[in-house]
Design a protein around this ligand. Structure first.
Ligand code: MG
Length: 167
């Protein structure tokens, strides 16, 4: 029995606005601004969800959870992670690892990193050591540098047992 490995990439960006909650990977981070979005705007969870769906060739977050659907208004994005996991598992895949970068000017994410990793790991049914998370600033450049938005990139590796060698 050999194994079939696949990779996926995900990206998301949302505007930051006063009076909204700042949620990354399901963890609320104290700050004066948060994400403007139909859901909770959790760019990290959205990028990881897209990476998982992309790895399995199963479309994207916008198709699975349309922003026009009222049930996703202010939705906890951990639901998206869980549903993406269940969907790829239904095709026989398991998550190998996730790696992600959040680009945000403020606040500092490092003090919250391990809590975020633990929270996402729980939603994905994997151990936290399978999730990498880095945070970068935009060095004051552009809309992210001015604190008007934040973005996240993620990659995922998934695998399943294959009857025959696939590569
Ligand atoms: Mg989004």
């Amino acid at each position: 029995m050999s194994q079939e490995f696949r990779t996926g990439i995900g990206y998301d960006l949302h505007r930051l606005a006063e009076g909204r909650r700042l949620i990354l990977g399901g963890v609320e981070i104290p700050y004066s601004k948060g994400f403007e979005a139909h859901s909770d705007g959790d760019i990290l969870s959205h990028a990881v969800t897209d990476a998982l769906l992309g790895a399995a060739g199963l479309g994207d977050i916008g198709e699975l959870f349309p922003p026009t659907d009222p049930q996703w208004k202010d939705a906890d994005s951990a639901v998206f992670l869980r549903q993406a996991r269940e969907l790829i598992e239904s095709y026989g895949y398991q998550i190998g690892n996730i790696d992600a970068v959040v680009i945000i000017e403020q606040p500092k994410i490092l003090p919250h990193r391990d809590k975020i990793r633990a929270r996402m790991a729980k939603a994905l049914g994997i151990s936290a050591d399978r999730i990498g998370l880095k945070a970068k600033t935009a060095e004051g450049v552009g809309p992210i540098g001015r604190g008007e938005a934040a973005a996240a990139h993620a990659v995922a590796v998934i695998w399943r047992a294959a009857e025959r060698p696939v590569m």
